[in-house]
Design a protein around this ligand. Structure first.
Ligand code: GDP
Length: 294
């Protein structure tokens, strides 16, 4: 792991300078170091390799060796490249439709219900009138949790404890929201401990019947490679519109952001940075690039 990437690269390049010329071989050595660091940040191997191959080409193209600070230049090349790989720009939520229907999907414990509350607060602060729909009916505690969160952020919650039909609850919630003049309807859905067929069928059915404008896949950034695999399965079945990476307040360097983006090619829209309702940020690719590079 490199604590200060730039210093390390400067040192590496000093050695290269001493050798007089920059060769494919010694650049390859430096790239190996970078690849190791990316793996430490939880970037998957294929992504890390593709990235360093690309950066090597760019570094050879620009005269890195004659730069005042080769490390600084190379760090900038990497930063720009990483940010571009993660989408480059901020991807806004599409809330033009009235009402906008947003489905929240993911495994249990990923942070769906927490994110639903955070998103409601975020949209409320932008002048929207959201409704939260408690669609995780397998866990009665999830309905209570959403009601508590709704109260804390001042957003209404639609729940139907008598029902165990996820599609029915979602449709009732949408009808309720339309009647009450809500312009965004956020539907929390049931997860499972792991991916299984019944979960995928259920959430696909909810999608088919509710025709959401946004499907946000919520995933715990601390779960490393599992996060990437889960994202792939959910995307294959749901064709979601965006990713929410939670628990980025932990130790994780956030390599999952890069890996997920490169595997499913969908934008990361938000990051969760704590348990509190305010702990939500829009995803900025350049900030995440700096974080991954350490
Ligand atoms: P769900 O099963 O997907 O609905 O997950 P929950 O919303 O119940 O979240 C599971 C746990 O993760 C709870 O204890 C949350 O407080 C916690 N959590 C959710 N998002 C974050 C986050 O961004 N950071 C931290 N530190 N904890 C989070």
């Amino acid at each position: 792991m490199f604590d200060n990437l730039q210093d390390k690269l400067d040192r590496a390049f000093k050695v290269l300078k001493g050798q007089g010329s920059i060769t494919e071989i010694n650049v390859a050595e430096t790239m190996k170091e970078i690849r190791k660091a990316l793996l430490d940040a939880d970037v998957n191997y294929k992504t890390a390799k593709a990235f360093t191959d690309d950066v090597r080409q760019k570094a050879l193209g620009q005269n890195v060796l004659t730069a005042v600070s080769p490390g600084q230049l190379l760090t900038k090349i990497m930063n720009d490249e990483l940010a571009a790989l993660m989408g480059g720009e901020v991807t806004e939520l599409d809330t033009k439709a009235n009402p906008t229907i947003i489905l929240i999907a993911g495994l249990n414990g990923a942070g769906k219900t927490t994110f639903a509350g955070k998103l409601a607060l975020h949209l409320k602060s932008k002048g929207k009138k959201p409704l939260l729909v408690a669609g995780d009916m397998y866990r009665p505690a999830a309905v209570d949790q959403l009601e508590v969160l709704g109260t804390s952020v001042g957003v209404s919650v639609y729940a139907n404890r008598a029902s165990n039909d996820p599609v029915g609850i979602a449709l009732e919630g949408i009808a309720h929201g339309k009647q009450n003049g809500n312009n965004v309807i956020i539907i929390d859905t049931a997860g499972r401990l792991a991916i299984d067929e019944s979960l995928m069928n259920e959430i696909s059915e909810v999608k088919a019947k509710t025709q959401p404008h946004e499907i946000l896949f919520v995933v715990d950034s601390m779960t490393g490679q599992d996060a990437v695999n889960t994202a792939k399965v959910f995307n294959d079945r749901l064709d979601f519109t965006g990713v929410v990476l939670t628990k980025l307040d932990g130790d994780t360097r956030g390599g999952a952001a890069l890996s997920i983006k490169s595997v499913v090619n969908k934008p990361i829209k938000f990051i969760g940075t704590g348990e509190k309702m305010e702990a939500l940020d829009v995803f900025y690719p350049d900030r995440m690039a700096s974080r991954i590079l350490g």
